[in-house]
Design a protein around this ligand. Sequence first.
Ligand code: PLP
Length: 415
Amino acid sequence: MVGEAAQLVVEADQRLTSRFRELEEISRTNTKKVLSAFWAEKVSESDLYGSTGYGYTDLGRDKLEHIYARVFGGQGAIVRPQLVSGTHALKTALFGILRPGDRVLVGTGTPYDTLEGVLGLRKTEGSLVELGVSTDVVAWDEHGKINLPALLSAMRSDTKLVMLQKSRGYQSRASLRTATDLATSISAIKERDPNVLVLVDNCYGEFVETLEPCNVGADVVAGSLIKNPGGGLATTGGYIVGRRDVIDTIGAQLIAPGVGLHAGPTHGFLREFYQGLFMAPHTVKEAQKTSLLLSSVLESLGYEVDPSPNDDRGDLILSVALNSPSSLLAFCRAIQGAAPIDAHVTPQDSSMPGYEDAVVMAAGTFVQGSSIELSADGPMRPPYIAYVQGALTYEHGYVAAGKVAETLLAEQRRS
Ligand SMILES: *Cc1c(COP(=O)(O)O)cnc(C)c1O
């Protein structure tokens, strides 16, 4: 790192001291919550071994699911290596709960790309539309908040489920905060119709705050283990947590009706799932510190960042408008150049199935597609926004911030 860039990072780190203290407090509270669940379930070394074949009487798996239920404030949980991603966990929850004639209401604008396919908002083979399940989307209000009046009046007698996405995903709006945004919306939904189920897409939201969606009335949440709750150690997996009856309904579809959650081998995955959950509050804190550092450095370089360093956060995603194709490429190349894996590779923009514009991605991760590890991507269209998330260690984030500052300062001098 050369002079000016290094100085920018040092100063940003110093400006963030009190924010970092807040993150440490959240991480301590969440670590205590995770440990208390481990203690309550009396985890032993023999719980880490896993099972094969049908996976009957897998006590380690059952205990881990009890721990997830405790940590995420539900009565039951499904935590399996057979759930390959967040999309798969959410799809399993939706297909488990919904029946022909049911209606879904998405209260947080257009859902995450892959969920559009699951719901059939985009014509997709095998979507819920084929089963006779329809979906309506309620757009954000003009302040980028949940439009609660519109949501409540869109609820009808056939509305079975309201889905809320905690993370901003790739939208330009704030993430939802659990104690305020989610709590208010869920209680209003339940007041309007106590029988409607609320599903929260919790991807990127876990352990960012000290409350989780089920603590404020959500019936079921789902997410990916190669994001926050896997702590950077889980190499695959997804989870679903919720009300007992809802988890049992979903569990009936996980493998086969009548088999329920008694089957499901865990192979060698339990150790990394347990250890990953143990690490997760800390890992999320490291990712958040990295996000704050990048946000502060980029803001001082004159770029528009969202959230800004002083905003409250409900997820891990930072967006930065880089304003030109060359700066977006330079940014992603700096992130890639700081990665532990494939740092020598130069990201190029290329077209991707399902995306309108070419996309550039930086990801030098130990686990393919893991976005709790430092990664960035962005579509090649104005205002050339890069979405950044993750970092297993703040030290890595610090090195990356230096490379970013150096690269963008050089870009600015050239133009
Ligand atoms: C990542 C993500 C998903 C999908 O998860 P995958 O593990 O990538 O399938 C769904 N919703 C949100 C908000 C996400 O961030």
